[in-house]
Design a protein around this ligand. Structure first.
Ligand code: XBP
Ligand code: MG
Length: 248
């Protein structure tokens, strides 16, 4: 029988609980956004642009997923008071931004969120499948995992769904749908972990049960569609109902 012929009830009665945990990356696996923000600002200086994204502006800009898209949005928006730049300039600035960001990850300025390492280890030990769904690039994911987890990404995660693989980033469901497709999973077999509202909407549009643990930039945002709300990645702090469906 094909998986798609099973009803939700068949799957829930299977007692396997959740089969695959899908993690967002920026803000969930690690607090990366200050390093991204700093890298954008350095790239603006290098290009003699008098743009500066302070924390207040950056919180607003995080509603746009993806670095290039964020620069594009700012360029077109009222937030930009200076002359608009070309598409080619945007490519170049984003390329330099990525270099600055890589430097700060390599120098150890970005850390995993507390509890993430232990959570991933325990999930892996208990034979859960693991995946990533992120608007950022495969290179950014690989670099951070190698430097913080000391592991090759593909040894930890069965599939890594990244911005360059889809046409539309979050809040579109495409990144999550790609995980389901590539891993031959039904939404009911998965649980997503997100830190942002656009990430939550993306996972819910793919019909995936979602736990939100806000990051420093998304604290206080509206997460009313979340199935679970977390204040930590330490398993002992998870709601009991979530631990039950995770069987961890
Ligand atoms: C968050 C993002 C990322 C980074 C910038 O991704 O929107 O785009 O801020 O990354 P998620 P790039 O929460 O889905 O992991 O500059 O590499 O695009
Ligand atoms: Mg995120």
């Amino acid at each position: 029988m094909k998986k798609s012929e099973l009803t939700k009830e068949d799957i829930l009665s299977d007692r396997m609980g959740v089969e695959c945990l899908i993690f967002d990356f920026d803000g969930t696996i690690a607090e990366t956004e200050e390093a991204h923000r700093d890298a954008f600002n350095k790239a603006f200086v290098l290009n003699k642009l008098n743009w500066h994204w302070d924390q207040h502006i950056y919180k607003k800009l995080l509603k746009v997923a993806g670095g290039k898209e964020r620069i594009e949005f700012y360029n077109k928006s009222l937030l930009s008071h200076s002359k608009q730049i070309s598409g080619k300039d945007i490519e170049e600035i984003h390329f330099q931004k990525t270099k600055f960001y890589s430097q700060s990850v390599s120098q150890g300025f970005v850390q995993l969120r507390p509890g993430i390492r232990e959570f991933l280890e325990k999930a892996k030990f208990n034979k859960k499948k693991l995946a990533i769904s992120t608007s950022t690039s495969r290179d950014n994911v690989a670099l951070l995992l190698r430097s913080c987890l000391k592991e090759n990404p593909e040894d930890v995660f069965s599939f890594i769904s990244t911005g360059e693989l889809v046409e539309k980033k979050k809040p579109s469901p495409d990144l999550y749908k790609l995980v389901l497709e590539e891993m031959n999973l039904l939404p009911e077999e998965c649980l997503a972990f997100e830190d942002s509202r656009i990430g939550l909407i993306s996972a819910k549009r793919a019909n995936i049960t979602t736990a939100v643990n806000p990051s420093r930039y998304s604290m206080g945002d509206n997460f009313e569609e979340a199935d679970y709300f977390l204040t930590s990645f330490l398993l002992e702090k998870f709601p009991k109902s979530l631990r039950r469906i995770l069987s961890l």
